[in-house]
Write a protein that binds this ligand. Structure first.
Ligand SMILES: [Zn+2]
Length: 249
């Protein structure tokens, strides 16, 4: 049978039967896939510990055409993101990234740009030269943009009138962006933010580099609130790891 190769990040795994494991991988080539690794729980399997959460591995598999699980035949670890084990906030951020890649993306919908950015940010989390909240929001900005969920910033997401800056402004996750004073219809998922935060969010969403932009701590805190509301709305529930994400800059 024909085999295919890919590079994938393990975003979920569960034991299956006495000896096997089922894993969800977020691959560069095909987006999210679900694989069966037969014998993965045996002491000397072909997979060793390659299917641990947040391992980046080269995989070989036999693809199923009828909607079942793909059959994994090989998995070799390429990268384990050592920084995640040095800092608890980085580890939680890594788990949060895995949760969203697993639950907010569609099967077989590849986004190589988001894949590369995810790997680059997982490599930097927990290492000197950046802070976890900044790296995480840089990743979330990329996630929303790549998946087509980028909020509207310069016009009202309700009536589409151009927005003018004001001392405090309203963001609505349900409306999909900023809303004007006339459009504050559903209070659910609304966040009041400063003009400085509005300016920062516009900049971050258009930012092409991986490195986060430096912002004042109160701006970072408000940005965290906007991301929390947006992700919760899109997912239809609060991410399990959200409570562990700090807002310190
Ligand atoms: Zn409006």
């Amino acid at each position: 049978m024909a085999t295919e190769k890919a590079l994938g990040l393990v975003v979920r795994g569960t034991d299956y039967s006495e000896t096997s494991r089922i894993a969800t991988l977020w691959t560069r080539e095909w987006g999210k896939i679900h694989v069966l690794a037969k014998g993965a729980r045996r002491p000397k399997s072909n997979f060793e510990s390659a299917l641990d959460l947040l391992s980046l591995c080269s995989i070989v598999l036999i693809r199923k055409t009828s909607g079942g699980l793909d059959l994994l035949t090989e998995a070799r670890v390429e990268q384990r993101f050592a920084g995640l084990r040095r800092d608890l906030s980085a580890l939680y951020a890594g788990y949060y990234i895995a949760e969203l890649l697993s639950d907010l993306t569609e099967d077989h919908d590849p986004h190589p740009g988001l894949f590369d950015a995810s790997v680059a940010i997982l490599e930097r989390l927990g290492l000197p030269g950046g802070t976890t909240p900044g790296w995480l929001m840089a990743w979330e900005s990329r996630l929303l943009r790549e998946l087509g969920y980028a909020p509207l910033w310069t016009e009202c997401a309700g009536c589409r009138e151009p927005l003018a800056a004001a001392a405090t402004m309203t963001y609505s996750a349900a409306a999909g962006g900023m809303i004007c004073g006339r459009c504050r219809v559903t209070p659910r998922g609304q966040v009041r933010i400063m003009e400085a935060t509005w300016m920062a969010l516009r900049k971050w969403m258009a930012w092409e580099a991986i490195e986060p932009i430096q912002e004042a701590m109160n701006v970072m805190r408000e940005m965290r609130g906007v991301f929390n509301e947006t992700i919760t709305y899109l997912l239809g529930r609060r991410p399990r790891l959200m409570a562990y994400l700090g807002s310190e800059s």
